[in-house]
Ligand binder design. Sequence first.
Ligand code: TRP
Ligand code: ZN
Length: 863
Amino acid sequence: MSAARPQAMKLADYRQPDFLIPALFLDFELHDTQTRVTAVSKVRRQGTHSHPLILDGEKLQLVSVEINGETVSAQATEKGLCLENVPDEFELRIVTHIDPLNNTSLEGLYKSGSAFCTQCEAEGFRKITYFMDRPDVMAKYQVKITADRQTYPYLLSNGNKIGQGELPDGKHWVLWEDPFFKPCYLFALVAGDFDLLEDSFTTASGRQVALELFVDKGNLGRAGHAMASLKKAMLWDEQRYGLEYDLDIYMIVAVDFFNMGAMENKGLNVFNSKFVLADPASATDEDYFNIESVIAHEYFHNWTGNRVTCRDWFQLSLKEGLTVFRDQQFSADMADPAIVRIKQVQVMREHQFAEDAGPMVHPIRPAEVMEMNNFYSVTVYDKGAEVIRMLHTLLGETGFRQGMDLYIARHDGQAVTCDDFVQAMQDANGIDLTLFRRWYSQSGTPRVEVETLYDDKRQQFALTLRQHTPATADQQDKLPLHMPVAIELIDETGSQQHILSLTESSQRFELACKGEPTLAVLAGFSAPVKVDFAQDSQELLKTALYGQDDFLRWDAAQQLLSESIHASVTDANSSLPEAVLALFSGTLDVAAEKPALAAEMLALPSFETLAQQKPHIHVDSLLAARHSVKMQLAEAFAGQWKSLIKVAPDQSYAYQREQVQLRRLKAVCLTYLAELPDSEAILQQGYQHSDNMSDTLAILRACQSANHRLFEPLMQDFEQRWGQDSLVMDKWFALHGSRQHPNSLASLQLLTGHAMYSINNPNKVRALIGSFAFYNTAGFHAADGSGYRFVTDYLMKLDAVNPQVASRLITPMLGFSHLDSTRQDLIVQQLARLLNHEPLSRDLYEKVSKALHLATSTDKALN
Ligand code: TRP
Ligand code: ZN
C-alpha cells in the first residue's frame, strides 16, 4: 500500500461518459475456475472528442479484443483497458476468463455453495468483463448461459427467457433478453439446482406476472412468507404510488453467501437467505418482519432505482433513501406503525448519530469517495430516508405523491441526480426547496434547543427553537437547515398537535393555549436531530403516561430511564427516582391493553444509545449503572414480571399482530425476571414448552443478558437441536459473541473453529465477530485492549478474504472519540497496526486512514 495510496473521487469532477453502449450481448460458458465470458458491445462516441475508450476491469484474464471483427492488440492494466483511436461507432468483442470458485469477495461472479451467482452493485461488473462500469451507461442486454445440465438445471438472468437448447456433451443453454435499458450494476446471473416456489400476480391493469422463488433444496417449506410478502408489496405499490410491475416474470433467488441483505437486479433479485427463509420453529417475529420489509425494499427499487436510476454513485441516496422511506411506509401499514417508527429511530440514534460523530461522517450525498462500497451507510440509507420523510411531512401525502408522479414521469428511463428529485418535488408543489437542499450537502447531527414561556394573561404559549450543527470531521462550517418540528401540547383538557417549519438559526413561535401546557417535541421523530430541552421528570412522566403520540410517549419514557442511568453513573448508590417508579407502575397497569407500546416503554435504552447521549463516557461505569438500574427495576416490579409473562397468545404460532405484541411484551418482562434469584424454574419451563423460535430466543437472550446459570445448558441443548441448521446456528453464534462474560474472548476463539463456522460466510462472521465488536461492550472495550486486538487480528485475516465485510466490521473501532483517553490510545495503536498491514484493501484503507487522521487532529486540538 505504501507505494500507490488509493485516491478519492470527487462529485465535483463528474463528466458525462465519452462513449455510450446502447446494446450488450453476454455469453457465459460456466466453469468453476475458468468461466469464459464473451461480451459484444455496440459502442458509440458521445460528443466530439478524440479520447480513447477506457474500460474498467479487475481480476480478469484477457483472451482477445476485436473491433468490428478485427483483432486488436490491447494491454490490460490492474484497473482496465484503454483502446486508442477507436471509430465513432463500432462493435466491440471482448473475451475474458474469470475464476468464480476462488472469488471470496462475493463481488462479480462467484459460487455460493454449489450455485453460481453474481453481485454487481456498486462496481462489481468490472470483475466480470471489461466495461464502462458506471450507472449512466445504460444498455439493452441479451445474455446466453451455457452449463452442465445436471448440476445447473436452472440458468437465470434478467428479463424474459427467449430461447433454450440442449448440447451433446450434457450441457444446455438458455438465452435471456431484458427489454429495459439498464446500468450494468443491475445485471444478474444465477445458475444452480433449487427448489422452486411458483405463484402469480395480476397487476391493476390486468397483466399476469409469474412469480418464482428459488431456494436451496429442502427449503420449500420456509419460502411461503417471502412469497406472500412479495404479493403484498406489489399490491401496496400500486395502491399507494400507482406503480405497477413491468415484466412478465419476477424471480427471487436465496443464497447463503451474500455480502448484504439483498439486491434489486432487474427481474432477478438475489437475496441473502436470511431475508427469505422462515417458519415458526426456526424464525423469530423479527425475522418475519425483516423478510417482509427487505422483500418490499427490493421490489420497490424496480421503480425507484431501476426504471429511474442514479447518474453516478454520489447520488446513491436518490434510490436508497427513497426506497428505504417507501419500505418504511409499507412496514408501517403492515405492522404496528408506532413500533416500526421506534425501531427506525433506534437505528438512527444508535448507529447513524455514531457515524456522524466518527471519521466516516458524510452528507447523504457524499462529495468524496475512495471506495464506493463504504458508502452503503446508515447515513445514505437511513438518514437519507429521514430526509425524504421530512419532505413528505412538509408537503403532505398528496403533495408528496404529486412530486413522485412528476419525478417518475419526467425521468423514467434516465440516470439522474438527487437534485432532479428535489426539483420534481418543488415543481409539483410550487414551493421553494432551496434551503431544504442543504440536507444533501451538509453532514452531521443538528442540535435543536428548545426554550418555552407561557403568558398567563394572554393565554399564549411561546417557544423558541434554535438550531446549530456542530462541526464534523469532514466539514467545519454549517448552515441552518429547513426542518419540520412536530410538537404536542398536553394540558388538562387533552392535547394539540402542530408542525412548525424551522428555517432560521433561531425562531420564535406562539400558540394559543388555555393553561400552561406540557410540551413534547419531535413527534414521530419529525427531523433527524438531537433535541436539547431541559424538562423536569414530572413533565416527562406526564408525556409518557398521557401523551397522544405513541412515539413521544416512548421517547419521554426513554429520556426518564436514560437520565436515571446517567445519574447513577455519578452516584453509584442512587436509588431509582420516583418518576421512574411511577412510569413503570403506570405503564404496567395498561400493559395488557397496549402491549406493544408498553414493551418498548419498559425496555432499557441500549448501551449504544446511552453512549450517544454524552460527549464522553466511561464504559465500565455506564455499564454498571445500566445494570444497577435494571436490577432495581427487576426487584421493584418482581410480581408484575411474573404475572405478565403469562399473558401469552393462546393459539399456536402465527406471525400476526396481536400475537407479536404479546410475545414482545413477554420478552421484555423476561429480561427483568431473569435477574431475580428465583427465576430458574420459570425460564427452564419457558424454554421447554416453547413451540416457536421467538419465545425460545427470548428466554436465551434473557439468560444471556442476566448471566444466568441456565444459559450454558440451554445453549448446549439448542446446539443439539439446531446444530445442522445454518441460519438458526447464526442466532446461536450471535448469542455467544455478544455475551458479556469474563471468558468471552476465549470462547470466541474456540467458536471460530466450530464445524458450522466459516470466515468465508459473511452471515457467520457478522453473527459471531460482528456481535462481539458491536454489542459485547464489556468484551470489546476490555480495559487491557484485548478486545480491540482480537478484532484487529481478525480484520487482517478477513480483509484478504472479503474486504467489504471487513470494512463493515471495523465500524465499532471508529467510535473512539467519546471514550476515555486510555481506550482511545489502545484503539489508535491497533488502527496504526492495521494501516501498516500489507496488503490492505481500499475499503479498509479509507476508514483506517481517516480514523487515524481524526485521532491525531483531535489530539492536537486538545493539546
Ligand atoms: N442495492 C442493495 C439494496 O439496497 C444493496 C446491496 C446489495 C449492495 N448487495 C450489495 C451494496 C453489495 C453494495 C455491495 O437493496
Ligand atoms: Zn436498496
